[in-house]
Design a protein around this ligand. Structure first.
Ligand SMILES: [Zn+2]
Length: 135
């Protein structure tokens, strides 16, 4: 199993547990995603004040929208875009693992999962991060 975007998340070891997000933490306590070194959005610190930190792959639904038509013709629809507040604080915009005709209630507990998005030349699965209602 190979991650499509290894700079953004860490796959669970041996497929056990949840994928974690690669975020950052500032010396002031602010937690953000993704990791960046441009500066803290809260206090403006840069450099050594910003450290990489792994965020839990859990959160709650803030908002969602079902996309029926996409500007890119090769993009398969429908799919659901969601904003999720991670338990560590940051709100991430992501895709849900499955299309849903029924809207999930705001506040629904959510967790990370991976879906296969392709195969490597050696036929290894390439996976990407999604969210799904917590089990
Ligand atoms: Zn800060």
């Amino acid at each position: 199993m190979k991650a499509l975007k290894p700079e953004l998340y860490l796959l669970p070891e041996g497929g056990v547990g949840l994928a974690r997000l690669k975020g950052g933490r500032c010396a002031c306590g602010h937690v953000f995603f993704p990791m960046q070194t441009y500066g803290c959005e809260v206090c403006g610190r840069t450099g050594d004040a910003l450290e990489p930190t792994l965020l839990e792959g859990r959160g709650s639904l803030v908002a969602s929208a079902r996309v029926l038509l996409h500007a890119a013709k090769d993009r398969r629809t429908p799919f659901v875009v969601a904003s999720i507040r991670l338990v560590d604080g940051p709100v991430v915009r992501t895709l849900l693992a499955e299309d849903r005709t029924e809207r999930l209630p705001v506040g629904t507990p959510m967790q990370t999962c991976v879906v296969e998005v392709g195969r490597t030349e050696s036929d290894e699965a390439i996976v990407d991060l999604r969210f799904t209602p917590a089990s």
